[in-house]
Ligand binder design. Structure first.
Ligand code: C2E
Ligand code: MG
Ligand code: MG
Length: 565
């Protein structure tokens, strides 16, 4: 017989083995005692030998030194063998005795078969732990997934019911994540989701749960809440943390989040109701300008329902001819002549009246409806410009907005070439307005698309410049002809010296790079004078005209197409 039996587990750092299980050892050893690896112990030596290690007499052993665990227990003889794991050994098992005894080949074989059984069991346990993990955790972020979240909320509710406590559910959706994902690629999108997840986890306490519900949606459960302001504090902290800049692939990026909040027991006493209501509140937060949070309230059911209806309506809007274009004059800053117009979409909704593009373009982008809508815009705008020319009016340029989602989903070169061919407009009379989110992914493929678009003979304009993430030096890699300074600058140039200096530098650098500049949103004479003093070429804004229906532009052009300047 043997007095001691042991199973040692190799610790993750590989420097020691821990006595995991065994019989015969003094109290306090199992779970605590460790032995060194290498030739400092029998177990260590066993790890590096591929056969069972048999010790006839520890006192005369030469291959390794006797570890204190064995010395303390007066061990004289024994044998040990490695327990193999799939990628690395799990550890060592062994039997020992205080008497001098010779172990036979049969003894060693017996030990070998026991160690194989153990190795097998460990492997199976690890595999099932892994399967269990992936069933309950999100692969990308390693946060609890929807299933685990539901489970935790259900448990928390029964606990809160007993203890008369409150729970808050925060439902978070990233604003316009799809646009970033489409323009920068899935890998960057994934990286962003991971960073967002980490930041959120840092905003909550130990007992709270942050989970990924799928896509760019996360849900957070806060427990042990005493008042609503506790919840707002956490929610605001998350909104702030998420909106800090990210650096991924050496590019700086920004994203914001909208959060909806529901509370147990006030809003609902059931798990499903609580989560659904937090989500409805999130949709509401989005509708109210994004980058904020909202508590659930009863009227919201109808409101998220309304959003859904609006999306349904938009699907039919094209066929029902409810979409139309307005045109806003672009004016030569020196002569006052109308040199072009920008096509701006409008939706004449049967019940709601005129819907602004700010209210439905983001929805069209998220649903992909922007692709057919965008093609319709391009075709209609170019056809209109051609019609003005056929009438014999002095030719002007037509500027068309092009969404980054459109740029990604279908070949933009093909779309533009088709529209030019079908309408017969000369390419020199069209301008494509693109926003910074398109060029964010500075991939060569995007630059190549720009070059192909250029080769068609059209002009390319960078819209809303100054609101996004790119610098002029970055823009230089793209064949851009025109820089349109965002209207937020026009609003401030005469009052904010910071904005004024940014605009001055921007215009000077744009000129240095061979681009011309357009100022949009010019509403006052003072703003106009500022841009003139900076040699900005073209201005657009309410000072001259709001966007107008085609017939009114026709009238303006017939009257000579010139503003007092
Ligand atoms: P944007 O391309 O920057 O268009 C300029 C917006 O500023 C227009 O708003 C225009 O009406 C407004 N605006 C012009 N002058 C002034 C001014 O002096 N003061 C003020 N306060 N506003 C001025 P709108 O028409 O509501 O369009 C909003 C945005 O919707 C556009 O911004 C553009 O990003 C998008 N959009 C409009 N039409 C289309 C389209 O056909 N396709 C795509 N993809 N996006 C479009
Ligand atoms: Mg525009
Ligand atoms: Mg703009």
């Amino acid at each position: 017989g043997v007095e001691y039996c042991k199973i040692l587990e190799l610790l993750p750092d590989g420097k020691a083995l821990l006595l995991r299980a065994g019989v015969g050892w003094k109290e306090g050893c199992v779970g605590h005692a460790t032995v060194d690896t290498g030739t400092n112990s029998q177990a260590g030596y066993t790890l590096i030998s591929d056969k069972p290690v048999i010790v006839d007499d520890m006192r005369t052993e030469k291959r390794f030194s006797a570890p204190s665990l064995l010395v303390d227990h007066g061990v004289v003889s024994g044998m040990s063998i490695i327990i193999k794991g799939k990628d690395r050994p799990f550890g060592v098992m062994g039997v020992h005795t205080t008497r001098k005894r010779t172990f036979t080949r049969d003894d060693a074989n017996f030990l070998l078969s026991v160690s194989n059984v153990i190795a097998d069991a460990i492997e199976r346990k690890r595999l099932s732990a892994h399967i269990d993990h992936v069933a309950r955790y999100d692969i990308l972020t390693d946060l609890p997934n929807r299933i685990l979240f539901i489970d935790r909320v259900t448990r928390a509710i029964s606990h809160a019911k007993r203890e008369k406590e409150q729970i808050a559910i925060l439902y978070l959706n990233l604003d316009r994540f799809k646009v970033i994902n489409d323009s920068m690629g899935n890998e960057t999108g994934d990286g962003l989701l991971k960073s967002v997840a980490e930041r959120m986890v840092n905003c909550v306490r130990e007992g709270d749960t942050v989970s990924r519900m799928g896509g760019d949606e996360f849900a957070i459960m806060l427990v042990g809440i005493t008042c609503a302001s506790d919840v707002t504090k956490v929610s605001q902290k998350i909104i702030e943390a998420v909106s800090e800049p990210y650096v991924l692939d050496d590019r700086e990026m920004h994203i914001t989040a909208s959060i909806g909040i529901s509370m147990y027991p006030y809003d609902d006493e059931k798990m499903e109701g609580l989560i659904n209501k937090a989500r409805a509140a999130m949709l509401q937060a989005k509708e109210h300008g994004r980058n904020n949070d909202r508590f659930y309230n009863m009227e919201m059911e109808t409101s998220s329902y309304e959003m859904m209806m609006l999306e349904n309506d938009l699907r039919k809007a094209l066929d029902r001819r409810e979409l139309l274009l307005y045109y806003q004059p672009q004016v030569d800053i020196n002569t006052g002549r109308i040199v072009g117009v920008e096509a701006l979409i409008r939706w004449r909704h049967p019940d709601r009246g005129m819907v602004s593009p700010a209210d439905f373009i983001p929805m069209a982008e998220e649903t992909g409806l922007i692709v057919p809508i965008g093609e319709w815009v391009l075709h209609t705008a170019l056809a209109q410009n051609k019609a003005w020319q056929e009438e014999g009016l002095a030719p002007i340029k037509m500027s068309v907005n092009f969404s980054s989602v459109q740029f990604r989903q279908k070949d933009p070169v093909e779309i533009v070439a088709n529209a030019l061919r079908e309408t017969g407009l000369k390419p020199g009379y069209m301008e494509l307005e693109i926003t910074e989110s398109v060029i964010m992914k500075g991939a060569d493929a995007v630059i190549k698309k720009f070059q192909e678009l250029k080769e068609l003979g059209i002009h390319i304009c960078m819209d809303d410049f100054g609101t996004g993430y790119s610098s002029l030096s970055y823009l230089k890699r793209f064949p851009i002809d025109i820089l349109k300074i965002d209207q937020s600058f026009a609003r401030n140039v005469t009052t904010d010296t910071n904005d004024a200096s940014i605009v001055m530098a921007t215009i000077a650098m744009a000129h240095g790079l061979g681009m011309t500049t357009v100022a949009e949103g010019v509403e006052t004479k003072e703003q106009l004078e500022f841009f003139r003093s900076q040699k900005c070429e073209v201005v657009q804004g309410y000072l001259f005209s709001k966007p107008l229906p085609a017939e009114e532009i026709t009238k303006l052009l017939r009257e000579g197409g010139r503003f007092e300047i």
